[in-house]
Design a protein around this ligand. Structure first.
Ligand SMILES: *Cc1c(COP(=O)(O)O)cnc(C)c1O
Length: 395
C-alpha cells in the first residue's frame, strides 16, 4: 500500500518531546509554545504568532479577532475546505463565493471586484494545493475598498509569493500543522499578524477570553490552546523547513517527468509569474476527452493499493449550507468541474523514489486505454484528412 500521506519525523522531534516529559511541561504553559511562535513569526516575517489546536481553530480565532459584525460579507473561494466558510457562518457572517481557475485551482482574482458591496468587510484568500493566489491585486482591492484580508496559508509553509513568505500577507494569516502539511505538530494551527491589538485579541480568544480579573469575561472565546508537546514537534520540524520544501519539489518534479506522456490528464502547473509550485499535494485533473470520472480512477488506483484523495467539494453545493438557505443561486462551474475531474496522488514527505515510480507506473496502467483511444481517434482523423486530399488530387 502506498498511502496518500506519510509524515517524516527524523529530526529533533523525539529529543524535544523527551524534554517535555522529563521536565513535566506538557500543557500549553511550557517553553516550546513561545519558542515555536517566535521562530515561526521570524521565519515568515510577521511580528506576532499565536499557536492553537488546528487550522480550523486558527480560522475561528482569526475571524473573531477581526471584530466583524453579524451580516457583514466576506469574499472567499468556493473551492476550499469547509473550515474557511464555517468560521464565518458560525459567527453570523456571510461568505460571498467566487469561482476558481481550472489550472491553478486558486480563486479567480478578476471576479472579486464585482462581488464587493457596501456590506463587504474582508477578503479571505486561500492558497490551494501548491500555487499561491495572485495576492498583489487583492491587496490593491483591499486598499481601494478599505477591506481586511485574511490569508489561509494552511498548505503553504515554506512557499513564497514574489519572494515573500506565505503567512505574511494581509491583516491576519493562518497555518495548519496537520500531518499532511509541510510542517506538522500532529494536530495544530497558528494565527499570525503584525498588529499588537489583533495579536492580543487572538491570544484572548484562544484562551476563553479570561479577563484581567481571571473569571470575569467581556467576550466569548474558545479553549484552543496547543500543548507544549505539539509545539516541541513544531520547533523540530521548523528546523528542517528548507529540506522539507526541497523534498516536496523533488517529488513534484519527479512526477512531472514520469507522468508527462499520459495524454488524458493535466499535470499541475509548475510555475506562474509569481510563484513556483511547492506541490503540497500532487493534484491531477482528467481532461474532457477522458471517459472516466475522478471517482472511477481513484477506485481503480485503490485496487492497486495506491492511496488518493478527491478534490474539495465546492462550498456552494454543500448540503449543510444549502439546507440553511445559503448559496442556492450560486453558479460556479469551475469549482464543480474540479471536484468531478480532480484527485491527488501520494506526495507525503516520507514517500520514496521507488514509491513515486510505482505510483506513476500504475497510473499509466490505469489510464492506458483512455490514452490509446485518443491516439486512435487522432490517427483516424489523420487518415480521413489524407484520404480527402488524395480524393481531391485525383479529381
Ligand atoms: C488543512 C487546511 C485547513 C484546516 O486545518 P486543520 O488543522 O485540519 O483544521 C484549513 N484550510 C486549508 C486550506 C487547509 O488545507
Amino acid at each position: 500500500m502506498v498511502p496518500v500521506n506519510t509524515p517524516l519525523l527524523n529530526g529533533n522531534e523525539k529529543k524535544y518531546l523527551n524534554e517535555c516529559i522529563d521536565t513535566g511541561w506538557i500543557s500549553s504553559e511550557g517553553p516550546f509554545i513561545k519558542r515555536f511562535e517566535k521562530e515561526m513569526a521570524d521565519y515568515v516575517g510577521r511580528k506576532y504568532a499565536t499557536t492553537c489546536t488546528s487550522g480550523t481553530a486558527a480560522l475561528d480565532i482569526a475571524v473573531s479577532s477581526l471584530d466583524l459584525q453579524k451580516g457583514d460579507e466576506v469574499i472567499m473561494p468556493s473551492f476550499t475546505i469547509i473550515s474557511c466558510a464555517q468560521a464565518l457562518i458560525k459567527q453570523g457572517i456571510k461568505p460571498v463565493l467566487v469561482d476558481s481557475n481550472l489550472d491553478t485551482f486558486n480563486m479567480i482574482v478578476e471576479d472579486i471586484e464585482a462581488k464587493i458591496t457596501a456590506k463587504t468587510k474582508a477578503i479571505m484568500i486561500v492558497h490551494i494545493f501548491g500555487l499561491t493566489v495572485d495576492i498583489d491585486p487583492i491587496l490593491n482591492l483591499a486598499k481601494k475598498y478599505n477591506l481586511k484580508v485574511i490569508e489561509d496559508a494552511a498548505q503553504m509553509q515554506g512557499q513564497e509569493y514574489k519572494g515573500r513568505k506565505c503567512g505574511s500577507f494581509g491583516d491576519v494569516s493562518i497555518f495548519s500543522f496537520y500531518p499532511n502539511k509541510q510542517i506538522t505538530t500532529g494536530e495544530g494551527g497558528m494565527v499570525l499578524c503584525d498588529d499588537e491589538e489583533l495579536d492580543k485579541r487572538a491570544k484572548s480568544f484562544r484562551n476563553l477570553c479570561f479577563g484581567e480579573d481571571r473569571f470575569i469575561h467581556e467576550e466569548l472565546g474558545y479553549n484552543y490552546r496547543m500543548t507544549n508537546m505539539q509545539a516541541a514537534l513544531g520547533v523540530a520540524q521548523l528546523e528542517q523547513i528548507d529540506k522539507i520544501v526541497e523534498k516536496k519539489r523533488y517529488t513534484g518534479n519527479m512526477y512531472n517527468k514520469l507522468l508527462k506522456n499520459i495524454k488524458v490528464i493535466n499535470l499541475p502547473v509548475a510555475k506562474t509569474d509569481y510563484c513556483e509550485n511547492i506541490y503540497w499535494v500532487y493534484a491531477i485533473t482528467l481532461k474532457n476527452e477522458c471517459k472516466k470520472t475522478a471517482k472511477e480512477v481513484m477506485k481503480e488506483l485503490s485496487n492497486y493499493k495506491i492511496g488518493t484523495r478527491p478534490f474539495f467539494y465546492p462550498m456552494h453545493k454543500q448540503p449543510v449550507f444549502n439546507k440553511m438557505g445559503l448559496f442556492l443561486n450560486d453558479y460556479l462551474p469551475n469549482s464543480e468541474k474540479l471536484y468531478e475531474k480532480g484527485f491527488y496522488i501520494p506526495s507525503g514527505l516520507a514517500l520514496t523514489k521507488e514509491q513515486i515510480e510505482e505510483v506513476s507506473e500504475i497510473l499509466h496502467k490505469v489510464l492506458i486505454w483512455d490514452s490509446l483511444e485518443i491516439y486512435i481517434h487522432n490517427i483516424m482523423i489523420y487518415f480521413i484528412v489524407i484520404k480527402i486530399i488524395v480524393v481531391k488530387w485525383n479529381m
